[in-house]
Design a protein around this ligand. Structure first.
Ligand code: ZN
Length: 412
């Protein structure tokens, strides 16, 4: 065999061995052990940080103040190339021995709570209570704890870790921060992805995608008696809803549809000039989501056509079908390296954890085929997305340690 070829084979074998290093072997590494100890030792400090950061409001589309604080924290922590991108994501790099693999490790800045919500944290023993204290101030605190522990223990990773406090994860934010990262800011630069979101030690490897529409049916409207004979926007909408209700969808992968809200009309004795509905469609499977999406669009147009035909084109009715939300679907296979590593690492801390599905920042890389998982940030919580949200700090350091060990295991 040619010497150069042999050399290349040996190199790739060595690389494979390094990549395949199991989590248990990492636990034997003294710097990793020191980092895990630091994570536990520093937990009380980062719970204080969780409270402090949570008291900086971050309502939907207005994460700027909390983002600026993260820029300061990233700089203070010694991350490199700290910056804020166009979508408001705060980015900081912890270089490894090489640029790749480049692990993107993030937690989201935004909350579901509108401007003016009281975000003062109340502390009662182990329990912290405030809107957003768990989702995702906990993830943000864990990210800070991981950065500090890696630094204190001088952990040198073969690959690079890019830390991000991202925007727009919740609701109509529609993952806009993460979309910007993968489509623009860090396009083509990310090899693996972990987001730390909410509580517990769960591992999410299936990303439920969604389309959300607000369809507004319009016509001239008029007197119910005097103008009788005009096509009716609300009756057109009724036809559309009847068609949607007949959709057949697969149960595996679970695919759903829902007409959630309707409105419109002028009075009981008026042909309405407008009727509207809001529709939500979901699936963890890209193709199933696209199929139901196409059916929905067809149903709405057919309903309008039938209504106009029924009234011989008098009116006529038209529809403005506005996309108000889109989250890409995707999944990371259960037997992929990132998921098996995440499960192996997690079982060190809790042997009973299983994988699950959700709609999180991971949807974006999953849809692009980039290995991704979302993990819980430890501790426990109740009533997230409500004003009574709580976080239980009991043994929450395990979440920081799990996140840290996973970051180290993946940055290679
Ligand atoms: Zn969240």
């Amino acid at each position: 065999m040619h010497r150069a070829v042999l050399f290349l084979i040996l190199c790739s074998l060595a690389e494979f061995a390094l990549q395949a290093q199991p989590a248990s072997a990492l636990m034997a590494d003294p710097t990793v052990r020191a980092a895990l100890d630091a994570a536990k030792r520093n937990e009380a400090h980062f719970i204080d940080e969780q409270i402090r950061v949570c008291e900086i409001p971050a309502p939907p589309f207005h994460e700027e103040a909390r983002g600026l604080e993260f820029k300061r924290l990233f700089e203070q922590a010694g991350l490199k190339d700290v910056r804020i991108d166009k979508a408001g994501n705060v980015i900081g790099v912890r270089p490894g021995l090489a640029t790749h693999p480049n692990l993107l490790f993030q937690a989201h800045l935004d909350t579901v709570f509108p401007e003016g919500t009281d975000v003062k944290v109340k502390r009662n023993g182990d329990i912290l209570a405030a809107p957003g204290i768990a989702d995702d101030c906990r993830g943000l605190a864990v990210m800070l704890g991981v950065i500090r522990a890696l630094d204190e223990a001088k952990v040198q990773t073969p690959g690079t870790i890019t830390f991000v406090a991202d925007t727009g994860e919740e609701g109509l934010g529609d993952l806009r921060g993460t979309k910007e990262l993968f489509n623009v800011t860090l396009k083509g630069q990310i090899d693996k992805f972990v987001s730390v979101d909410d509580v517990g030690l769960r591992v999410t490897n299936v990303g439920v995608g969604s389309y959300r529409y607000r369809a507004t049916f319009k016509g001239p409207g008029g007197h119910s008696f005097g103008a009788f004979g005009l096509a009716n926007p609300i009756q057109a909408m009724g036809r559309a809803i009847a068609k949607i209700d007949e959709f057949e969808v697969p149960t595996t992968p679970k695919t759903t549809f829902n007409v959630g809200r309707v409105g419109g009309g002028t009075s009981v004795n008026s042909i309405p000039f407008e009727g509207w509905m809001e529709v939500d469609m979901r699936s963890s499977d890209k193709d199933s989501l696209e199929t139901i999406h196409a059916k929905y669009k067809r149903a709405v147009q057919q309903a309008v056509d039938e209504e106009n035909k029924r009234w011989k084109g008098r009116g006529p009715v038209s529809v403005d079908n506005a996309l108000v939300g889109y989250r890409p679907a995707g999944s990371t296979p259960a037997d992929s390296a990132i998921v098996t590593t995440a499960m192996e690492v997690t079982k060190i801390f809790n042997p009973n954890v299983t994988t699950g599905e959700g709609s999180t920042d991971s949807n974006v890389p999953m849809n692009l085929g980039i290995p991704a998982v979302t993990i819980g940030a430890g501790g426990e919580g109740t009533a997230n997305h409500s004003l009574d949200e709580t976080f239980n700090t009991k043994d929450s350091y395990l979440g920081t340690q799990r996140a840290l060990l996973l970051a180290v295991a993946l940055a290679r």
